[in-house]
Design a protein around this ligand. Sequence first.
Ligand code: GTP
Ligand code: MG
Length: 366
Amino acid sequence: MTRVRYIADSMTEAITAARRHHGMGVRIVHAGARRTGAFGRALSFEVVIEAATRTSQARRAAREAMARAVMVGRLAADEANASLAAMTTGPACAAVMARLGARLRAQSLPTSLVDHVLGQVGAELQSAAADEIELMAQAAAVNAVAALLPVAAAHTPRRADVAGRPWIIAIAGPTGVGKTTTLAKLAAEWRVARGLRVGLLAADSFRVGAVEQLRTYGSIIGAEVRAANGATSAREALAALAGCDVVLVDTPGRGHRDVGRIGEIASVLTALRPDETYLVLPGSASARTLEESSDAFAPIGATHVVLSKLDESEGLGALIGAVRRGGTPTSWFTTGQEVPDDIEHADAHAFARRLLAEPSVVETKF
Ligand SMILES: Nc1nc2c(ncn2[C@@H]2O[C@H](COP(=O)(O)OP(=O)(O)OP(=O)(O)O)[C@@H](O)[C@H]2O)c(=O)[nH]1
Ligand SMILES: [Mg+2]
């Protein structure tokens, strides 16, 4: 007996997916809410069903019948194999593959990666019986897409992380991608929920509104805020925040063609020597812009990528292309404007399910 877990944004969605794959009479053995998201504040819903192994039984019975037929000489072995293959491929399979290909292309996944995913899914379907095709294709597609996104957890700052020195995280990227909002989400969680001493450093005090935005967050959260302009004053501002456990450095947004000013950010970061540098890439940008941004921001030496605005994206595949091009792993996803809730630890399978718009099969057997 196989158990299958469905996780979705609503209970209805999870049950609908289970019924679609296993029929209306599916037996639900567990249903409930689970806490997800980076800080456990988001909710998702799961149902665990007992998958009647009708499918596997039918397949086994067919195999046995054919084996018996071969034994009694009514069918030659190759005819038996052909019959079995006909059960596992055919129009249902082609339709599922066509739909999958269209979805991947619509999500702007680079063509070579679309072919790769279809190849992987096709290989999995070789062993699928007709009524298993959809379920197996979904699980295989989620796994294949997930394997394309490099993910690595960022460091979680702690009190007095490095004796006498705060843990320093710089956040950089194109204009308006959600750098300051991401910084505020992290700062709020670390200050309010974990009680860390958090410092915020605005690395561009000339830009109208930028320091004010940070000061507003700082006063709500209870974080000390300093502003600087240029490498020397940034070092001084950092020295003033030496008593903090973690310092988050906000940098001004730069267009990806503004090579000179990206260089200025890189030299401020060189002076600050952050422990980690996050590059923020938004799901709302085109594939071309994302790739150009990934190239243009190479000088900042990012250690982690934040994929922002996933809730607004219609081309999540383009983000995979950009991350693979830059070669820096993804650590965070942001999924809305709410501070601090709309941020999650990067999870390649969650990303793949979002890209494939699947209510998702997380585990197929347990
Ligand atoms: N939908 C959505 N909006 C977001 C997300 N993150 C940030 N935003 C919104 O995007 C807008 C710009 O956010 P900021 O954090 O100011 O962006 P920024 O990169 O700091 O901008 P600059 O400093 O001007 O380059 C704001 O309206 C945010 O509320 C997200 O994950 N999803
Ligand atoms: Mg900003």
